[in-house]
Design a protein around this ligand. Structure first.
Ligand code: NAP
Length: 277
């Protein structure tokens, strides 16, 4: 078994981005919006800030109370859209329930949409690839970069994706499909999940349930990408039972140190692309 080291690849990508940024006349500037006090969101925003610093990207975080109205948030985004010094905008999800997430996502100028969530970017990406959309959904794009870094063939393989969210499952399936895999997508209503996961040459799990995937649910030699983040006290676990599944897998991502760092590196990649455009 070999580990798919997301930390190592993230550092390599950030080193390269840093070089690119140092050569850019107009440097990328990120505006991050954090609404409310969700501790996990605060950690993510802080990590993005640190990674931006490493790459020489300036980032400002706008922290808003959880009772911020949708109207006020829309006004702030409109200002950032018009602000020529800001090249990328990110709104940390999830948002408080009283704010319509879709409305907020659609209010971000697609030319500043660092998360590739705006339907214009997402649609272009799904139809062709990142060459058309400029940006790419960071987590799935990071997964594919990780597979490519370890020279894992995607074309002709059976990829099984567990989870169908708009930020991970669906775009991961689309990316793998675009690269020639035969793709099965599983979700909450899938009957007999193990019957599908056992067929996977490449298994991507993005659910948020610790130990959902056990050794009996994978075939020997499979490639496992564990996207899940489950916090237990100060520790983080994925969705895959690592000790047992790693004994059968040919490659597997650790949690932490797998998909997490590579996701942030690809967000930075998006920011540099937006600033260059
Ligand atoms: P999400 O929006 O909650 O989606 C979870 C998906 O899992 C849904 O499609 C759901 O199916 C499916 N699901 C739930 N229970 C299931 C079951 N028993 N069997 C099969 N499928 C099941 O979550 P997300 O945003 O995609 O994130 C998934 C996980 O990845 C979370 O732990 C999140 O924290 C983590 N994550 C990590 C990174 C990173 O950078 N490492 C980035 C993003 C997310 P239905 O659609 O049918 O409800």
């Amino acid at each position: 078994m070999q580990l798919l080291d997301g930390r190592k690849l993230a550092q390599k990508i950030i080193r390269d981005l840093k070089k690119q940024v140092s050569r850019m006349k107009k440097k990328p500037v990120l505006a991050m919006i954090l609404v409310g006090n969700d501790p996990a969101s605060a950690i993510y925003v802080r990590r993005k800030y640190v990674f931006c610093e490493e790459a020489g990207i300036r980032s400002n975080t706008i922290k808003l109370p959880s009772n911020t109205s949708e109207k006020k948030l829309l006004v702030i985004i409109d200002k950032l859209n018009k602000d020529k010094s800001v090249s990328a905008i990110m709104v940390q999800l999830p948002l408080p329930r009283h704010i319509n997430k879709i409305k907020i996502i659609e209010s971000i100028d697609p030319k500043k949409d660092a998360d590739c969530l705006h339907p214009e970017n997402y649609g272009k990406f799904a139809q062709v690839d990142e060459s058309y959309s400029v940006v790419a959904p960071a987590t799935p794009f990071g997964i594919v970069k990780l597979l490519e870094e370890y020279k894992i063939k995607i074309e002709g393989k059976h990829a099984v994706v567990v989870g169908r969210s708009n930020i991970v499952g669906k775009p991961a399936a689309q990316l793998l499909l675009n690269r020639g895999a035969t793709v099965t997508v599983c979700h909450r209503h899938t009957k007999n999940l193990a019957a599908f996961t056992r067929q996977a040459d490449i298994l991507v799990v993005a659910v948020g349930k610790r130990n959902l995937i056990k050794a009996s649910m994978v075939k020997r030699g499979t490639v496992v990408v564990d996207v899940g983040v489950n916090r237990v006290g100060k520790n983080i676990f994925g969705d895959v039972n690592f000790p047992s599944v790693s004994k059968k897998a040919s490659y597997i991502t650790p949690v932490p140190g797998g998909v997490g760092p590579i996701t942030i590196a690809m967000l930075l990649w998006n920011m540099v692309r937006l600033a260059k455009k």
